[in-house]
Design a protein around this ligand. Structure first.
Ligand code: PHE
Length: 469
């Protein structure tokens, strides 16, 4: 069976942007920003998107395009069976993320419907508390999952490419419209001030707690570390510049994230709601409650949650596609069976998350950062130390003159600097989860030792000779 490929370059880019733009931009990002001191967090996050996210994204593209396989098969194809477990981390990341993502997708779907009648207007807090977990949440999770499964079932070109070509421009137009409209509300100015004025002292004092949060978010928002970008790039037919595509995807994702902030913060400030507390309920309680005060409140609710729904759906399909590609490539299943089978798994895992706030919290807050970071460290060390010269060659295939200049800096960043940095944030966040206090120096030492050990093991195994030619 011939493997699918994207029909057009823009189709690939829109699918990747659709994966990147999701509840991470609209739900996680504004609230992390609010919790971590507004513009200080925004600044650090932007630096990390450029410095870590984009090179990481290109690192995934290199493996995907070179192998034309799913994350597990890719390592096998390029360097032998021994490296397959690196891809298994990505599969686990997809399991973790879609299990809670589908629950949030269900909430969003419910709010889109509920906006038509204004059901949550009178008592937003109680409304959310009544629907967040439990059988109702399971029902809407199942509906959201069914939509995800349906698109992936239709395949790369007819399902994913076609739907994201419509959804992504739709997101931009609708959010743009909302942002313009919100700017006309009285009192919106306070939101811009909060969002865009930099408080350097906050950043200086809290640097080491803000850093892992910002790094995790930079990966989450670009869908890096879970093998989604690897899988999408494995469907690339012709050679074009991975660096240019990766940069464009990151720019569009960040622009849409900032646009979401330009809707959310001015809206809250104009209604006198403080962005204060983060957490799962924030978008659904403060913001949804705020809609009730506005003219055309139901229409605003439907449009807002409708856009968020499109964004969530175009990300969910990219996660499901990783597992489907794995089953199709490695276990010779038909796309139909693979999609329905993985859908069945998420039916169960999502139901658990929809019934248990503690499982949900574990998946959404801590575990997703950990698995994405671990996944990306694996990809980058593989690029840097197993593929080596071949990774550089792949980076430059189809690249223009500017991208070629970046080849060497990119290579040293992904082989050395980024793995150590990511391992450092991994150690800090794992220590945080298990509740031990590690000093910065100790975390750095553990990170450096860990990375050196993995590199030594990789160098011993190397690439089987017959493949390296
Ligand atoms: N990038 C998506 C978002 O911002 C989430 C995601 C993470 C999707 C990892 C795929 C893989 O919502």
């Amino acid at each position: 069976m011939t493997r699918s490929t994207w029909r057009t370059r823009i189709g690939f880019i829109l699918a990747a942007v659709g994966s990147a733009v999701g509840i991470g931009n609209i739900w996680r990002f504004p609230w992390l920003t609010a919790e971590n001191g507004g513009a200080a967090f925004l600044t650090l996050y932007l630096v990390l998107v450029v410095g870590v996210g984009v090179p990481g994204l290109i690192g995934e593209f290199v493996i995907g395009r070179r192998s034309n396989r799913n994350p597990v098969g890719a390592f096998d194809e390029l360097a032998g069976r021994w490296y397959r477990p690196l891809g298994a981390i990505a599969l686990i990341a997809c399991l973790v993320i879609l299990s809670f993502y589908s629950v949030v997708g269900g909430w969003i779907l419910r709010y889109t419907f509920a906006s038509t009648t204004g059901a949550y207007f009178a008592a937003p807090q109680q409304y959310f508390a009544a629907i967040d977990y439990g059988l109702g949440a399971v029902g809407f999770h199942v509906l959201f999952l069914a939509a995800t499964v349906a698109i992936v079932y239709l395949g790369v070109e007819r399902g994913i490419e076609l739907s994201t070509t419509v959804m992504v421009p739709g997101i931009v137009v609708l959010f743009g419209g909302l942002a313009v409209w919100v700017s006309t509300l009285p009192g919106a100015g306070g939101g811009y001030d909060f969002y865009l004025s930099l408080d350097v002292s906050y950043l200086r004092e809290n640097f080491f707690s803000v850093l892992p949060a910002a790094a995790g978010q930079a990966l989450f928002t670009l869908s890096v570390g879970a093998g989604t970008m690897l899988t999408y790039s494995s469907y690339l037919g012709e050679d074009r510049s991975l660096a240019a595509d990766g940069t464009l995807i990151a720019v569009l994702n960040t622009a849409i994230g900032v646009l979401a902030g330009l809707v959310i913060f001015p809206l809250l400030f104009s209604l006198g709601v403080s962005p204060g507390q983060g957490g799962p309920g924030a978008l659904f309680v403060s913001l949804a409650g705020a809609f009730a005060e506005l003219p055309y409140s139901r229409l605003v609710g439907v449009v807002f949650f409708g856009v968020v729904l499109l964004a969530a759906l175009s990300s969910a399909i990219s996660i499901l596609e990783v597992l489907v590609a794995y089953l199709v490539d490695e276990h010779d299943l038909s796309r139909g069976r693979a999609t329905l089978g993985t859908g069945g798994i998420f039916l169960v895992t999502g139901t658990v998350a929809a019934l248990s706030p503690s499982v949900f919290g574990l998946l959404a807050d801590t575990l997703s950062n950990v698995v994405l970071t671990a996944g990306l460290i694996g990809f980058l060390l593989f690029d840097g130390w197993v593929l080596g010269r071949l990774a550089r060659e792949e980076f430059s295939r189809g690249a223009g003159p500017i991208a070629r200049i970046l080849e060497a800096p990119w290579y040293y960043a992904i082989a050395v600097v980024l793995p150590v940095f990511l391992a450092f944030t991994l150690v800090t966040s794992v220590a945080g989860i298990v509740g031990i206090d590690v000093s910065t120096a100790l975390a750095a030492a553990v990170a450096l030792t860990g990375i050196t050990a993995v590199v030594l093991v990789f160098r011993r195994h190397g690439i089987p000779v017959e493949r390296s030619v």
